[in-house]
Each structure stands twice: as structure tokens, then as C-alpha cells.
Design a protein around this ligand. Structure first.
Ligand SMILES: Nc1ncnc2c1ncn2[C@@H]1O[C@H](COP(=O)(O)OP(=O)(O)OP(=O)(O)O)[C@@H](O)[C@H]1O
Length: 256
């Protein structure tokens, strides 16, 4: 379970050296939600809403200015290593080492989590089999397609079998078949057979949320503005179309 309470983060805005210092950028102002095990929670927001910053905080890559983040009851500030052991992260950039093979990328990550070589190799092969990666497991990732890159990054994120999984814009650059295959994989990971994982997905794609998410957290200008199931959000916005509901909830003053 991931609990986020009143999270805030600003960045120093850097301009040209001769210009007066600009005001800091408030990427996240007040984000809060609870994501449960065995559920897929969507962080839905427009460009610049603060999704990636929130995911980077969940991944331990960015320290929040204020607020609390608990993973399975453990505070990320009090025990960041224990939290990282319980979270797998798939970033938007994927972040694979191009000269390493898919196997080496996965096994290297396993070592960072303290896994022994034989256990890491066995896990890499199991995940490669599950994600249909076996054919390319021993190829350098440099020439990989977007789909192969995403699957390798997902296998790497899952190598230590974390109970929580955080994915930033996972379908970016994927074609329709790769997107469907990723959806299937996430549904399996949510199921008891796949470990009933707590999955958080950041996205700006409405159909993805409608098809996949049990719970949606609508984010606008760095704040949580609404949360609930797709049906609850439709009811709350008084709409039958989810895109209309999103615009109404995220931008209540926008002209439609
Ligand atoms: N390192 C940084 N330095 C300065 N500003 C930043 C930094 N990271 C994010 N921001 C700013 O914070 C705001 C939120 O950015 P963020 O990437 O979290 O949004 P997002 O919802 O993921 O957007 P997108 O869907 O376009 O990726 C933006 O205005 C962005 O310019």
C-alpha cells in the first residue's frame, strides 16, 4: 500500500546567469492519495500537472519539501532503503544501459537490491519468459524497439519482486499491440496469481485509465482535485463521457 499525504515540491527555476533569480517552480503543491494492494491506481493529469515529479518522489529520486509518503507503513524519509526494497519503478525514460544486454540490465539491478547472481539470473529468465523477451534477452539493448525496451525496464523493475509498482507514462511510444500486452501484464500483476501488487500508473491518456484503473486520482496544477473510480468521477462531474468529466474536474473554470 502507498499512502501519500500533502506532498509538496518546488524546484529552483534557473534562467541566464545575468538575469535576476526567477521564482521557484511549484511542481507539486498538495498531492494526497492512498493506493491499495491488488488495485491499479491512475494518476491522471494534463501536461505539467506534477505527475512525473510525484512518481520521482515515490521512486526515492526526489526528496519532497513537505508531506509524508508511506510504503506498506514505512516512512520514506525514516527508512528510504526499506521503502526502495518494496517498490519497483518504471520511469518514462526507461533508463536502460544501451551497451548491456537485457539480461545484464536486469541482473545488475538485482545486484543493487542485494540478490545473488544465480537467483538474479533465474528471476531474469522467469520474467523474460513471462514478458516474451527470451529471444532478445542476450542482445545489447541499444537497438531495441520501444516495446522491447519497455518490457526489459518492467522486468528490471520487478526483479526483486516488490509488492508495489510505480509506472510513469508506461505506454509512451508503444503501438496498439504493445499497449494491449502491457495492459494484460498489469492486470496479471494486480491479480492474486501475479502477486496482488499495488500499482500506481501516471498517465494523461483517458482510455488507459478507463480500461485499466480501479481508482483514479485527478491531478491539476500540482494538487489532487478529485479521486474515485471512473464511475464515481463520472457521477460527480455529471457526465457520461470520461474526457468531459476529467476537464470539468481538472479545469472547472475552462470554457468548453
Ligand atoms: N527539475 C525541475 N526543474 C524545474 N522545474 C521542474 C523540474 N521538474 C519539473 N518541473 C516543473 O514542474 C511542473 C510539473 O512537471 P512534471 O514533469 O511533474 O509534470 P507532468 O504532469 O509529469 O507533465 P507531463 O505529462 O508533461 O510529463 C512543470 O511546470 C515542470 O516544468
Amino acid at each position: 500500500m502507498i499512502e501519500v499525504q500533502r506532498l509538496a515540491k518546488s524546484f529552483a527555476a534557473s534562467g541566464r546567469w545575468w538575469q535576476p533569480a526567477a521564482r521557484p517552480v511549484r511542481a507539486v503543491a498538495d498531492i494526497g492519495f492512498t493506493a491499495h494492494a491488488g488495485q491499479i491506481t491512475g494518476l491522471l493529469g494534463a501536461n505539467g500537472a506534477g505527475k512525473t515529479t510525484t512518481v520521482r518522489i515515490l521512486a526515492g529520486l526526489v526528496t519532497p519539501d513537505s508531506g509524508r509518503l508511506l510504503v506498506d507503513g514505512i516512512d520514506v524519509v525514516a527508512d528510504p532503503r526499506a521503502v526502495l526494497a518494496r517498490v519497483g519503478v518504471l520511469s518514462d525514460s526507461r533508463g536502460l544501459y544501451p551497451r548491456l544486454t537485457a539480461r545484464e540490465n536486469i541482473v545488475y539491478h538485482a545486484h543493487l537490491h542485494g540478490m545473488r547472481r544465480d537467483a538474479a539470473n533465474a528471476r531474469a529468465e522467469l520474467l523474460a519468459d513471462r514478458f516474451e523477451l527470451t529471444r532478445v534477452l542476450d542482445r545489447a539493448t541499444a537497438g531495441f524497439s520501444q516495446g522491447e525496451r519497455m518490457k526489459t525496464a518492467l522486468a528490471r523493475a520487478l526483479v526483486h519482486d516488490p509488492p508495489n509498482l510505480v509506472l510513469d507514462e508506461p505506454t509512451n511510444g508503444l503501438d496498439v499491440l504493445a499497449t494491449r500486452s502491457l495492459r494484460e501484464t498489469l492486470r496479471w500483476l494486480r491479480s492474486p496469481d501475479g502477486g496482488a501488487k499495488c500499482i500506481v500508473v501516471s498517465t494523461h491518456i483517458m482510455q488507459e485509465v478507463e480500461r485499466l484503473c480501479d481508482q483514479v486520482v485527478v491531478v491539476a496544477a500540482g494538487c489532487t482535485v478529485a479521486s474515485g473510480s471512473v464511475d464515481e468521477l463520472l457521477r460527480r462531474a455529471g457526465q457520461t463521457d470520461f474526457e468531459e468529466a476529467f476537464v470539468k474536474l481538472a479545469f472547472p473554470h475552462a470554457r468548453r
